[in-house]
Write a protein that binds this ligand. Structure first.
Ligand SMILES: Cc1cc2nc3c(=O)[nH]c(=O)nc-3n(C[C@H](O)[C@H](O)[C@H](O)COP(=O)(O)O)c2cc1C
Length: 229
């Protein structure tokens, strides 16, 4: 039986660091990860995490226009950037196995586009933009993130959606309700304070741990509520 796998999709909402932290933790737990990053997400990643900085000239298509086209990065560039920022390697040093694979959002013929991908246990869209949320809630399936999410719902596998926007309008709320009714877990990346976080890392770990909990993966990466009464 192939190694069990999860899909991590990073969309163009604020908080892409959550997606990378989840990638890291799933690999630590010896799961294989399919990583999808939407085109808008690359812009947010660049802005929030200072990644893909010096690559514009070679990798932007139409990127020089006032319209600000979307960059396309090769797999190797994505692996290198993630490795240099987070120390997450796509190749395991000891076993030489692959830890994860990056899939372009338009690679619609990827294995995970089909319900027949038996290794996939579940998927998290983290962070989830209101755009992706809407398209997933309405079954649009126009890119690999939307399609793989749709597959999770039809196969009754775990789909964790981490919507990031504030405040929320009726459309956002309606879409969240549709997704919840279709079987998704709506898990907004809102940190708690009862666990007395001391750093941004603590807050990120809290959300990562909650997603791992949703997947049913035992973890101890955040302080749980443990009242002494
Ligand atoms: C710096 C930055 C931050 C953004 N933050 C959010 C956000 O928190 N939530 C959201 O819904 N959209 C946000 N957006 C807008 C989305 O990126 C945009 O709607 C995009 O089309 C979403 O596409 P995607 O769902 O395919 O990734 C942000 C955009 C930028 C450039």
């Amino acid at each position: 039986m192939k190694r069990k796998a999860y899909i991590v999709a990073i969309t163009g909402a604020s908080g892409s660091i959550y997606g990378f932290r989840l990638l890291e933790e799933l690999i630590k737990h010896d799961f294989y990860v399919y990583l999808i990053i939407s085109k808008p997400a690359f812009k947010v990643i660049k802005n929030e995490l200072n990644m893909f900085g010096g690559l514009d000239a070679d990798n932007n298509f139409a990127g020089k226009t006032a319209g600000g086209g979307y960059p396309i990065y090769s797999r190797d560039i994505v692996y290198d950037e993630i490795k240099s920022k987070f120390n997450i390697d796509n190749k395991d040093k000891d076993s030489n196995r692959n830890n994860y694979e990056y899939l372009d959002e338009m690679f619609i013929e990827a294995k995970i586009s089909s319900g027949s991908a038996a290794d996939v246990q579940g998927m998290a869209v983290i962070p989830c933009s209101m755009g992706s949320l809407s398209r997933i809630a309405n079954g649009i399936s126009g890119n690999l993130i939307e399609r793989a999410s749709d597959v999770m719902l039809k196969e009754r596998k775990k789909l964790v959606i981490c919507p990031r926007e504030t405040p929320l309008n009726d459309i956002h709320l309606k879409n969240m309700l549709s997704l919840s009714r279709a079987g998704a877990v709506i898990l907004p990346p809102t940190p708690a304070f009862y666990n007395r976080p001391e750093s941004i890392g603590d807050m990120i770990n809290f959300i990562t741990g909650k997603i791992m909990d949703s997947f049913g993966i035992e973890n101890n990466i955040y302080k749980r509520w443990n009242p002494d009464y």
